[in-house]
Design a protein around this ligand. Structure first.
Ligand code: SF4
Ligand code: SF4
Length: 74
């Protein structure tokens, strides 16, 4: 497990499933229809490798620390 898991940006994700097929730890899940975000990362399992972000056609996955900096200025 990494101290810096990655995060799915809700507005960009199209639920295509590419990240789920790529993750070597199988730690992404598709949420039921109508639930936001459409895909979630199990952050207690994610090791922060970034493979999912590389294959995401929507560029919807970012390191959680980067998301926190963008949203909270930390
Ligand atoms: S690859 Fe990107 S767009 Fe596709 S389900 Fe994963 S996060 Fe969403
Ligand atoms: S960063 Fe790596 S371990 Fe974490 S969800 Fe993406 S592919 Fe899986």
């Amino acid at each position: 497990m990494s101290a810096d898991p990655w995060f799915v940006v809700t507005s960009a994700c199209t639920a295509c499933g590419a990240c789920l097929r790529t993750c070597h730890l199988r730690c992404l899940r598709i949420n039921p229809p109508g639930i936001s975000p459409p895909v979630r990362i199990l952050d207690d399992v994610c090791d922060g490798c970034g493979e999912c972000a590389e294959v995401c056609p929507a560029e919807a996955i970012y390191p959680i620390q980067e998301v926190l900096r963008a949203t909270h200025g930390t």
